[in-house]
Design a protein around this ligand. Structure first.
Ligand SMILES: Nc1ncnc2c1ncn2[C@@H]1O[C@H](COP(=O)(O)OP(=O)(O)OP(=O)(O)O)[C@@H](O)[C@H]1O
Ligand SMILES: [Mg+2]
Length: 247
């Protein structure tokens, strides 16, 4: 069976010459349908870059990315955009809500861009907000919402529709621990429905919701473990400077 996400020997270099930053230095990651993978690692190690390339928001400098077996490099810009809208849900580290659209409009925009009728899209958007306990804020604009509420709107936008791959960059960053657990439960449920999920988190407790934890250091995926082995053991394994990032 083809995997929702396959990354092979992916490298990403920003800039050139002596100023070049090797954000990814040959990362391999395959995520199966129904699988939830947590990505941990120190600040600047390449986690967001890994997710942006998996979601075809950025192109790798070298290496291959396949979504459901289709190589992104072989697609036109439009084909990539369509695949992204239809099959990939993305929660950005800074939420990335459009300020001129209400909560529910932010959620339904990708569906409507993809041709879904307004009423049906709105119904799906309201249902997603309901699930996240935000039904009463559907018509609020992002600047009328708290950080945690914005984060849940961003998550609803990523979950709505028929997503095969959910990519979430610290989806629980601004949330208290109980709401954080709720978010993990929702992602888990999406995986039970057959979607694959990759989420970045600094929180070992939340990472333990995943089937598998991978650890990024200096642009490489250096270790993989099941949560039973305990992501704490990886962190305790020595990541200089990481303690300062704990949230
Ligand atoms: N657009 C860019 N231009 C230049 N360098 C970049 C760019 N984006 C990221 N980088 C660099 O690439 C490296 C990896 O960044 P990335 O954002 O992937 O780290 P991260 O693991 O997500 O960190 P954090 O935990 O702080 O979010 C860093 O050194 C960063 O400064
Ligand atoms: Mg990041």
């Amino acid at each position: 069976m083809t995997a929702p996400l396959e990354m092979r020997r992916v490298r990403k270099t920003y800039g050139e010459g002596p100023a070049a930053v090797h954000a990814l230095a040959g990362a391999d990651l395959t995520v199966a349908a129904g699988e939830m993978v947590a990505v941990m690692g120190p600040s600047g190690s390449g986690k967001s870059t890994l997710l942006a390339i998996a979601g075809s928001l950025e192109e790798p400098t070298e290496g291959e990315v396949l979504i459901e077996g289709t190589g992104l490099a072989g697609l036109s810009r439009d084909e990539r955009a369509r695949l992204r809208r239809r099959h990939i849900g993305y929660v950005f580290q800074d939420f990335n809500l459009l300020p001129g659209l209400t909560a529910v409009e932010n959620i339904t925009m990708p569906l409507e861009l993809d041709g879904m009728r307004h009423r049906r899209a709105r119904g799906a958007g309201l249902a997603a907000l309901e699930e996240l306990g935000l039904a009463d804020r559907a018509d609020s604009f992002p600047d009328e919402l708290s950080g945690g509420q914005r984060q849940r709107v961003a998550l609803a936008r990523a979950l709505v529709g028929d997503r095969r791959l959910l990519l979430a960059d610290e989806p629980t960053g601004a949330l208290d621990s109980r709401t954080g657990e709720d978010v993990m439960r929702l992602i888990r449920t999406a995986c039970h429905g057959g979607a694959a999920a990759v989420l970045v988190t600094h929180d070992a407790q939340l990472a333990s919701w995943a089937d598998r934890v991978v650890f990024v250091r200096d642009g490489e995926i250096v270790d993989a473990t099941s949560p039973l082995a305990g992501p704490e053991s990886l962190l305790a394994g020595g990541t200089p400077g990481d303690s300062g990032e704990a949230r």
